[in-house]
Write a protein that binds this ligand. Structure first.
Ligand code: HEC
Length: 236
């Protein structure tokens, strides 16, 4: 099998991947959680990564995104926007009550009249993956949460794009650093106002991701511009 796969052209492999993603054979896909701190208590009352906050929460959201896409999206929808096949997980409240229900389903799945409607993930993926996926799910922005900021975000995107063009034309980053910092601060303010569906404090939106992209590195302007473009087109 391995030999056969390596001789397939890349396009066929990508196609096979998309097929597996769209339908899947139900086998849980492992989630690499080594970058996350180990847990003192596997199943505490509340999401331990939410409680930790800061960089740990950010890392958990990032890892949870890929864990979710590989294991949950085919039923619960891309970006956790349900297409009706299974409940919309964005609205499970980001508190112990929502967590309790989440963990119950994650560990045991759901079987109705002998038919598995949702497979059990607890044994195979373990608690770190469970909480990482939970972190991703509970930080999805609410429907239309970016709408009222969309116009300004487009302007900021264009302003960052113009700075990036200037950078490529030889203007130094330092010369523009103050303007870039003002745009970053404004983005950060908007990011803080975007509502999550879960009622949790943090919404992982195009605005917050653009703030994270603006880390002062050489390609940060380009990455922030791209992040906003993708986020704004997805919101439309
Ligand atoms: C094969 C389809 C399928 C997959 C894959 C799947 N689920 Fe589900 N899930 C369902 C269905 C159907 C329900 C509704 C069960 C019920 O009636 O309570 C559900 C319910 C849930 C619930 C309870 C939601 C609520 O509002 O009551 C949670 C939480 C949940 N799933 C999380 C996950 C997570 C996390 C993953 C990935 C690790 C996942 N599910 C993968 C089909 C799936």
């Amino acid at each position: 099998m391995k030999l056969l796969l390596t001789t397939l052209p890349a396009a066929a492999l990508i196609f096979a991947g998309v097929q597996a993603f769209a339908h899947g054979d139900g086998a849980p896909q492992p989630v690499d959680t080594t970058a996350l701190p180990d847990l003192e208590d596997d199943w505490p009352e509340e999401n331990p990564y939410r409680t930790a906050g800061g960089d740990v929460y950010a890392k958990a959201i990032e890892i949870g995104a890929s864990g979710y896409n590989q294991n949950c999206a085919r039923c619960h929808g891309l970006e956790v926007v349900s297409g009706g096949l299974a409940p919309d997980l964005r609205y499970l409240s980001a508190d112990w009550e929502g967590d309790e229900w989440y963990v119950e389903r994650f560990q045991n799945g759901y079987t109705q009249n002998g038919v598995t409607k949702m497979p059990a993930f607890g044994e195979l993926l373990g608690p770190k993956a469970a909480w990482a996926i939970r972190s991703f799910v509970e930080t999805r922005p609410d429907d239309g949460a970016l709408d009222e900021f969309a116009e300004r975000l487009k302007e900021i995107r264009d302003a960052l794009g113009a700075r990036n063009a200037a950078l490529e034309d030889g203007t130094s980053y330092d010369e523009m650093a103050e303007e870039i910092e003002a745009l970053r601060a404004e983005l950060d303010g908007i990011a803080g106002k975007v509502a999550s569906g879960s009622g949790g404090e943090i919404a992982d939106s195009a605005a917050s991701r653009a703030v994270a992209a603006l880390d002062g590195s050489a390609d940060s302007l380009r990455r922030a511009e791209e992040t906003l473009t993708i986020g704004l087109s997805a919101a439309e």
